[in-house]
Design a protein around this ligand. Sequence first.
Ligand SMILES: NC(=O)c1ccc[n+]([C@@H]2O[C@H](COP(=O)([O-])OP(=O)(O)OC[C@H]3O[C@@H](n4cnc5c(N)ncnc54)[C@H](OP(=O)(O)O)[C@@H]3O)[C@@H](O)[C@H]2O)c1
Length: 217
Amino acid sequence: MTDVNGLSIAILGGTGDQGKGLARRFALAGHPVLIGSRSAQRAQEAADSIGSGATGDENAAVAARADIVIVAVPYEGHKALLESLRDVLAGKIVVDCVNPLGFDKQGAYALPVEEGSAAQQAAAVLPGSRVVAAFHHVSAVLLMDPAVDKVDLDVLVLGDDREATDLVRALAEAIPGVRGVYGGRLRNAYQIEALTANIISINRRYKAHAGLRITDI
Ligand SMILES: NC(=O)c1ccc[n+]([C@@H]2O[C@H](COP(=O)([O-])OP(=O)(O)OC[C@H]3O[C@@H](n4cnc5c(N)ncnc54)[C@H](OP(=O)(O)O)[C@@H]3O)[C@@H](O)[C@H]2O)c1
């Protein structure tokens, strides 16, 4: 497994549930964690709530300082934010966990994305970055819960750069209980993002925080 020890991780939109949850687990695993936000003050407050040495600043500032950058903003703000950070993200591994979903009376459903998926949209907007898709199905509730020692799921990691997907698989395994599994090329990210709508339906029906496990590997 690739050595990810000491790599710093910035989280764009790290003030939200998913960003804070991932930040908390990576900070507990000993990674320098930088919370990003549109507001430096909100970022600092979120970092203080996480502890374990996490720091906060505006999205562009944390993106510039980190080895790996996770994108954890709502789909609505995804494209514009990445376009504004194109130069600062060049040469970096950018990990996209964005699920383009709509909600109506029947629950969650997958939205069409012109580029194919949110991850492919990121790759189109960031031609100089190494875009990887991962962490779509991880429950922010479980990541934040101090009573949850182990988060019981496989994280599917997709991308076109083998070194980058190996690194993100190893990073996923910094979260106790998680196994990082290669899930295919970036062009297959749509159904991974869309599958989150099914998982949300499962969670509602069974009052759970369901996760996926891949068998026989
Ligand atoms: N929640 C989960 O369990 C979960 C699990 C897997 C994947 N995800 C994915 O992770 C992403 C974040 O989820 P979340 O539940 O944490 O979302 P969220 O709380 O709604 O948003 C996260 C942060 O994004 C920033 N933001 C909001 N609108 C923005 C915009 N238009 N442009 C730039 N930044 C904006 C906000 O930070 P500031 O106002 O501080 O800038 C906000 O705190 C989503 O794409 C979701 O599909 C979520």
